[in-house]
Design a protein around this ligand. Structure first.
Ligand code: MG
Length: 377
């Protein structure tokens, strides 16, 4: 049973190209199914989350990250009687627009495009599902529902929001998306904060002693050590991470339930118009997650071993972009076709960016090698 303010196929703002209702599944199940079958989804397997794909088999990739986000988000959705199918669709699609090599790749591409409107990975995720996927005879993209697209577009610059019509409106009017979208946003953060602790410790870039200064970790770790004094160190870490997830998820569910109750919202439109997000932690837990996030930013994402690797990634992305801009004949035929006759620099830049952004880490490295080995003769 769904809460009255959950998203439903009946209250959906619909699809850009109208389609008959699905026979044996919900509208949002159909969205989820289309996402799983698209090429961009399969590419997530070979895209960096924090660690470059070839560094080790156990680190998170964008694909396993997205699956973890979906798992956490669905648990919360079910507990709050929100739409689980929609939640899953948004979670699985939320990172489709990421470039190879994680945030460094996106910063590099944004830099390459600074005279042509820039590059935002959230907007690119939307572009993937709206335009770039070519799988259906009757429409471009995946023709997803408004609610799934609303959830995918987590952030957006005001300039771009103005060009997005109905979907961009909330950024201009400073209103909220539906509760399922709010929820996936927080589930994304829960997933990466926790799996980055796990990956950080496994890689040796983080030390247990450092994390003992972070309340969210230390409280759970001490409890694990008190209860299970003789388990192996790695097992204690896994038990700690599992408890951290449970701790923040429980707080989020209970506090959101309270906020929703107090708000008196009755329908999804009320949630959208509410002045503040209704899916939120208590201030205490919000403070602890901020502390962990800051810690990861300073000690893991800015770790010398990560940034050195990323310097190389920036170079690959930039040089690929410049090479394709200089000589579009180097592009694969389907991208050359999109360029047509004499495209403006802006159009060309966007098409080249679509190609480079779609690359997996290893494909980008291979392309780079191929092109630059050829150039140097
Ligand atoms: Mg994510």
């Amino acid at each position: 049973m769904l809460a009255p303010y959950a998203a439903t196929g009946k209250t959906s703002r619909g699809r850009h190209y109208p389609e008959p209702a699905p026979a044996n599944r919900s509208e949002y199940q159909r969205d989820r199914d289309r996402i799983i079958h698209c090429a961009a989804f399969r590419r997530l397997e070979y895209k960096t989350q924090v660690f470059i794909n070839h560094e080790g088999d156990l680190f998170r990739t964008r694909l396993t990250h997205s699956i973890e986000v979906a798992q956490i988000a669905r648990s919360i959705a079910r507990a709050l009687a929100l739409n689980e199918d929609l939640t899953e669709a948004i979670a699985l699609a939320h990172d489709l627009g990421h470039t190879p090599f994680g945030h460094s790749g996106q910063d590099a591409l944004n830099d390459c495009l600074r005279e042509h409107g820039g590059f935002e990975h959230n907007l690119q995720s939307l572009r993937v599902v709206d335009v770039l996927e070519e799988r259906y005879a009757e429409f471009p993209g995946l023709n997803l529902t408004f609610e799934t697209r609303e959830g995918i577009l987590k952030h957006c610059s005001l300039k771009n929001a103005r060009e997005l019509g109905e979907l961009g409106k909330r950024f201009l009017e400073k209103t909220q998306p539906g509760l399922e979208a709010q929820l996936v946003n927080v589930a994304d953060e829960i997933a990466y904060n926790n799996h980055d602790v796990d990956d950080g410790l496994r890689s040796g870039l983080l030390e247990l002693e450092q994390l003992m200064g972070i309340a969210l970790f230390a409280e759970q770790y001490q409890e694990v050590r008190r209860r299970y004094s003789d388990i192996a160190p790695r097992r204690a870490i896994h038990e700690t991470v599992r408890r951290m997830i449970n701790y923040v998820v429980t707080d989020l569910i209970e506090n959101s339930r309270r906020l929703i109750g107090e708000s008196g919202i009755q329908r999804i439109e009320d949630a959208r118009r509410h002045p503040r997000p209704l899916i939120a932690y208590t201030p205490e837990v919000a403070g602890k997650t901020r502390e962990l996030k800051r810690f990861l930013r300073e000690n893991l994402y800015a770790h010398e071993r990560v940034t050195r690797m990323m310097g190389e990634a920036v170079k690959i992305v930039r040089e690929l972009f410049e090479a394709f801009m200089r000589d579009p004949a180097l592009l694969p035929p389907q991208y050359r076709d999109k360029l047509g006759g004499q495209p403006q620099a802006g159009e060309r830049a966007r098409i080249v960016a679509d190609y480079v952004a779609g690359m997996t880490d290893r494909y980008a490295m291979r392309e780079h090698k191929r092109l630059f080995a050829a150039f140097s003769g």
